[in-house]
Design a protein around this ligand. Structure first.
Ligand code: BMA
Length: 316
């Protein structure tokens, strides 16, 4: 660790937390882990809402500046579909991309295998053009799997889906490829956990990959088990635009639980980002995250500063 790494790249928005169960228009136990996208000149969040039964669904909240005056829908946009084999208790942790070639948005979220022992988590894909009508593409990939997002672009004609299986007890970030969004293969590890480090127990994608001139910017969560529970923090990596090989990866975490709304909640000590948008006017990167599995918060970084930093992070 050198002194430069001590710089705080992310600043918490002063109005945090931006969304809470208390300001929700209907009964909610927790609101967290939102996907985010620019839609019709607004920032649209697809928020995971855990109802008071303990089941999760996804609800839309919109704001002009992405910070204030959130208009929250009065009911769910998406709930689990038992007809698709999704167990009734939940859709979780959505990531949203715009697919230029299909001219539609694609949501990847966690659903659970109904009628399979243990109801393990898997990945469901959902397409939409307007966030009013949704086309359910069903479950993809084998369980156990979580933390998925498509890349917004294809690679040699193939869609690429980042995902996080559990393999021999290891929880690394993988990527899988498909020509039709249905059959997936060529799976390989993209970003592994790191022995003894802050991201030693589990890593999983945060927001969808962000294309920059220097490579794909990956923001991910890393977890480490401690004597008093697991701590979820945030790290970053840069991937080659074509080969997806790692070009840079922060050795340090760049955002960790510090404020009370991050440290104490339904699950203590969790920062879990699933959505990010770039403000081109200010070069700001706005990262939306679930804090302590209870509320939604926002952290803001300068995109250029991050890229300059990551290009120096060549030892990983
Ligand atoms: C992960 C996911 C997230 C959750 C996090 C912390 O495994 O289930 O939805 O925010 O754990 O509890």
């Amino acid at each position: 660790m050198d002194n430069e790494n001590l710089q705080e790249y992310f600043k918490r928005y002063e109005g945090n937390p931006i969304l809470t169960p208390e300001n929700w228009p209907y009964n909610a136990g927790a609101v967290f882990n939102p996907g985010a996208i620019k839609f019709n000149d607004e920032i649209l969040l697809l928020v995971r809402v855990e109802d008071r039964q303990g089941y999760s669904h996804l609800t839309i909240a919109k704001s002009k500046d992405g910070k204030t005056n959130w208009h929250i829908n009065t009911g769910p946009a998406l709930t689990a579909e038992p007809e698709l084999g999704e167990a009734i208790f939940g859709l979780e942790d959505p990531r949203i991309v715009w697919l230029e070639d299909r001219q539609e948005y694609m949501i990847a979220c966690v659903s659970f295998f109904d009628k399979v022992a243990g109801e393990p988590p898997g990945i469901s894909l959902i397409a939409t053009k307007d966030f009013l009508n949704f086309q359910r593409l069903g479950r993809k990939l084998m369980p156990f799997n979580k933390d998925a997002s498509l890349f917004p672009k294809t690679f040699k004609g193939c869609y690429a889906l980042i995902n996080r299986p559990l393999v021999e007890g290891r929880a690394d970030i993988w990527v899988s490829f498909s020509k039709d969004l249905d059959f997936w293969g060529k799976d390989r590890v993209l970003i592994p956990t790191r022995h003894r480090a802050w991201d030693c127990s589990r890593v999983g994608l945060g927001p969808p990959p962000i294309e920059t001139p220097d490579g794909w910017l990956i923001i991910y969560h890393g977890a480490r088990g401690t004597a008093s529970g697991t701590i979820y923090r945030v790290g970053m990596a840069l991937l080659d635009l074509e080969t997806l090989e790692i070009i840079g990866r922060s050795s340090d975490w760049v955002l960790g639980p510090k404020e009370s709304y991050e440290r104490v909640g339904d699950t203590d000590d969790v920062i879990f980002p699933c959505g990010a948008v770039i403000d081109e006017k200010t070069d700001e990167l706005l990262v939306y995250y679930g804090a302590a599995d209870s509320v939604v918060a926002l952290a803001i970084a300068n995109l250029n500063d991050i890229l300059v930093y990551l290009k120096k992070c060549t030892e990983y």
